[in-house]
Ligand binder design. Structure first.
Ligand code: ZN
Length: 164
């Protein structure tokens, strides 16, 4: 089971988001901390990643606020992840889904492939709702679908870890 040291930059972020961590299945284990891990920065010439702090220690996840002038909302790889919380972010559960997305990347799961893999992760009833959703032109990038897809990816990762 992957274990992460989950750093919230401020007490305020921790108070907001820690109560919602139960959305993420217990396959992922956290030690929650307040503060900043050792971070590094990617290529500063790349505008997307300019100013984006990324943890150095393996297993560290960093959740930071807009006092840090970054552009990307999140990144994850090699058992490390960072998530940005913007001033416009009001939905705390959606932010926890953003953490879940990045830690899936951190363990090598294809967290961006929700639409591409729809045929694999959806139940029959999901397919019906998905089609109706599309016919109403509702955006598919929605917490309702993210939760289902991330749950599927997590089970997939857990079954590999369990050798089944
Ligand atoms: Zn992604």
């Amino acid at each position: 089971m992957p274990h992460f040291d989950l750093f919230f930059k401020t007490e305020d972020l921790r108070r907001r988001l820690e109560p919602h961590l139960g959305l993420i299945p217990p396959f992922f284990q956290f030690t929650v901390r307040t503060g900043t891990p050792e971070v590094r920065y990617f290529d500063q010439k790349d505008p997307m990643w300019k100013g984006f702090p990324f943890p150095v220690p393996e297993g560290a996840v960093y959740v930071f606020d807009d006092d840090i002038p970054a552009r990307a909302l999140g990144g994850g790889m090699h058992m490390r992840a960072s998530v940005r919380v913007t001033r416009a972010d009001r939905d705390d559960e959606a932010l926890v889904l953003r953490i879940w997305h990045e830690i899936l990347h951190a363990i090598g799961q294809p967290a961006d492939d929700m639409v591409k893999r729809a045929g694999e992760w959806q139940s029959i009833s999901d397919k019906v709702v998905w089609a109706a959703w599309q016919s109403l032109s509702r955006p598919l990038d929605a917490p309702f679908w993210h939760r289902k897809f991330y749950a599927w990816l997590t089970e997939r990762a857990a079954s590999v870890a369990g050798g089944r």
